[in-house]
Design a protein around this ligand. Structure first.
Ligand code: 2HA
Ligand code: ZN
Length: 280
C-alpha cells in the first residue's frame, strides 16, 4: 500500500469528527442515518477472525466478490458513533461467490485503543439500509468509480423541500438549490437526484437509488433524507452541507415573507462555463 493512502484508522477519525457534526446539526435525530465505506483497498492481510460467522444475502453482489465493506451498526446513534466509531461499526466481508458474507468486528482489523464495552449496544448488526448500501457499492465497483463512501443522513431543510407538493422533482429542486448560492452550482454542477417516497430499507429504494446515481452524487429521498457518494466522508459531507445551506437560504427568505430573487439563468451558465472543468 502506498504511503499516501489513508489508513482505516485515519478514516475512522474523520468519521468520528463528521458524525459529531451530523448530530450537532440535527441531521441525525435518534438513530437516523447510516454510513458505509468500501475498504477493500485498505486491507493489508486476510483476517481469520474468531468472531466471524458465515451468512448469505438474498441476492448476489457480483462486483463485490472478496470485498470488505465498513458499515455503521443498526440502531446506532451518530452522537455515539462520534465517540466510539470503531466499536459501533462492523466490517462485512463478501466472499468469492458474491453472496456469502462474514461479519467482523473492526477491532480485528485495527488496534483498538480501548476494550469493547457497550451496554447501550450489546450486539452490533449491520445498518437497516444494508440492501441499499451494498447495491450502491456493487454498482460503483461495476462502473470502476472512484467513490467508495456512502453517507445517508436527514438534513432538515432538504427534507422540508420534499414536503412541498409543487416542488417534488429534481428539476424544480435543483433550480432552487442552484439559484440560492453560486457554490452550489460549482460543487454540484449535475444537481441532485430525486426519488419519490419509497419504504426505507427495501430492495425497491436500493434499485431506484442506483439508477439515480448513474448521473448524480447526491440523491434526495422524498420526506426522508439524502444519500451521497464520494471518495471519503469529508467530501460527502461537503456536498450535503452545500445544498442544505441553499435550502436554508430559500426558507429564510420565505419565512421573512420575501420571495427569493434566485441567481439568473445567465449567472448559472456563467458559473458552469468558468468552473465546470475544475470540478471533480
Ligand atoms: O438508520 O436513517 O433510513 C436509520 C435510517 C434509515
Ligand atoms: Zn434514514
Amino acid at each position: 500500500m502506498s504511503k499516501n493512502v489513508k489508513t482505516l484508522n485515519s478514516h475512522l477519525k474523520d468519521i468520528s469528527e463528521i458524525t459529531g457534526y451530523l448530530s450537532q446539526r440535527g441531521w441525525a435525530e435518534a438513530n437516523a442515518g447510516n454510513i458505509s465505506f468500501n475498504i477493500t483497498d485498505l486491507i493489508r492481510k486476510k483476517v481469520v477472525a474468531k468472531t466471524a460467522y458465515v451468512n448469505k444475502f438474498k441476492k448476489q453482489f457480483t462486483y463485490l466478490k472478496n470485498s470488505y465493506i465498513w458499515l455503521t451498526g443498526a440502531g446506532v446513534r451518530m452522537r455515539d458513533l462520534a465517540k466510539d466509531a470503531e466499536n459501533l461499526s462492523l466490517i462485512v466481508n463478501i466472499l468469492d461467490d458474491g453472496i456469502s458474507y462474514k461479519i467482523y468486528k473492526v477491532s480485528e482489523f485495527i488496534k483498538t485503543k480501548r476494550p469493547v464495552k457497550n451496554d447501550l449496544y450489546p450486539e452490533i448488526k449491520p445498518t437497516s439500509e444494508l440492501p441499499t448500501h451494498l447495491a450502491i457499492h456493487n454498482y460503483l465497483c461495476e462502473k470502476k468509480m472512484t467513490e467508495k463512501f456512502i453517507l445517508h443522513t436527514h438534513p432538515t431543510e432538504l427534507i422540508a423541500l420534499t414536503q412541498i407538493k409543487k416542488l417534488k422533482s429534481a428539476e424544480k429542486i435543483n433550480k432552487i438549490l442552484w439559484g440560492m448560492h453560486p457554490e452550489t452550482k460549482i460543487f454540484l454542477p449535475e444537481g441532485i437526484g430525486f426519488i419519490p417516497y419509497t419504504l426505507p430499507g427495501t430492495e425497491r429504494i436500493a434499485e431506484l437509488t442506483i439508477k439515480a446515481f448513474e448521473n448524480h452524487r447526491v440523491i434526495l429521498w422524498e420526506k426522508h433524507g439524502c444519500i451521497a457518494i464520494s471518495e471519503n466522508i469529508i467530501k460527502a459531507y461537503d456536498l450535503i452541507e452545500i445544498i442544505t445551506k441553499s435550502a436554508k437560504i430559500f426558507f429564510l427568505c420565505k419565512s421573512a415573507k420575501f420571495r427569493p430573487e434566485y441567481l439568473a439563468d445567465y449567472q448559472i451558465k456563467e458559473l458552469s462555463d468558468k468552473y465546470l472543468h475544475t470540478i471533480n
